[in-house]
Design a protein around this ligand. Structure first.
Ligand code: ADP
Ligand code: MG
Length: 253
């Protein structure tokens, strides 16, 4: 089993505030890796580091065996050029709590935008693929709707299709259902479950413990910028070993 993400003593500070204090973890290729933990524990920051939205201050972060954002030569690190960073980012899809769709574009236009603009895929081909992806997330009949004409759950499914349009080898989800009305959570989780079944490697920050238990292959509990506990989701969620994990789970379960 190969490794998709490897973090070794990853640290990230904002000014004097150290937000990630030495994160060690490994995401295997093809697995669903869940990250849970209280607000402010550094979950989003960690995902943002994987996707080049933040730069780490210390440690090493690898995606698919390649150092993120840097090149190592003679024991020294050199920052990658913008073009090299863009190439690394292209392989990673990210879905946020807020759907961030382009409001002036229809669903299908949202999904085809990056392939056309970034990969220079011909429009007709990109549109065909976008329609297939919208079909896959159950929105074949909504392709010509604008985001404002879609429910939150539908918008989030368009956002997932949009991320998939770039053929990512890794998908990052940052609390993808937290902004949704409760009755819309299920349809988004169902799309994520199907994606997991198809073998996509997924790192999912979530408060949906049912999803973590059912679909997750691994789970880490983060608190205060460190990984407190990790393991099989069913084991960690049913018999947490650390007090901090117990206390957190007693509040969310
Ligand atoms: P989580 O996603 O677990 O709720 P975050 O990664 O969003 O946690 O935030 C962890 C900490 O880092 C918080 O205290 C937050 O205020 C701080 N933080 C996040 N982004 C920035 C930033 N750009 N500048 C300063 N502080 C930040
Ligand atoms: Mg967050």
């Amino acid at each position: 089993m190969s490794t998709m993400v490897k973090a070794e003593r990853v640290c990230k500070s904002f000014g004097h505030v150290e937000v990630l204090k030495g994160i060690d973890l490994e995401v295997r290729t093809g697995e669903v890796f869940c990250i849970v933990g209280p607000s402010g524990s550094g979950k989003s920051t960690f995902l943002r580091c994987i996707n080049h939205l933040e730069k780490i201050n210390a440690g090493r972060l690898y995606v698919d065996g390649t150092l993120v954002g840097y090149r190592e030569k003679g024991g020294k690190l050199y920052e990658l050029r913008d073009r090299e960073v863009a190439a690394q980012r292209r392989d990673i899809g990210m879905v946020f709590q807020r759907f961030n769709l382009f409001p002036h574009m229809t669903a299908v236009e949202n999904v085809m935008e990056a392939p056309v603009q970034v990969k220079r895929v011909p429009r007709a081909e990109a549109r065909k693929r976008a329609e297939e992806l919208l079909d896959r997330v159950g929105l074949a009949d909504k392709r010509d709707n604008y985001p404002a004409q879609l429910s939150g759950g539908q918008q989030q499914r368009v956002a997932i299709a949009r991320a998939l349009a770039m053929d990512p080898k890794l998908m990052l989800f940052d609390e993808p259902t937290s902004a949704l009305d409760p009755e819309l959570v299920g349809e988004v989780l169902d799309v994520m479950k199907a994606l997991a079944r198809d073998g996509m490697t997924m790192v999912v920050v979530t408060h949906e413990m049912g999803f973590a238990r059912e679909v997750g292959d691994s789970l880490v509990f983060m608190d205060g910028g460190v990984v407190v506990e990790s393991g099989n989701p069913r084991e960690v969620l049913t018999s947490p070993r650390h007090e901090r994990t117990k206390s957190f789970l007693s509040k969310v379960l």
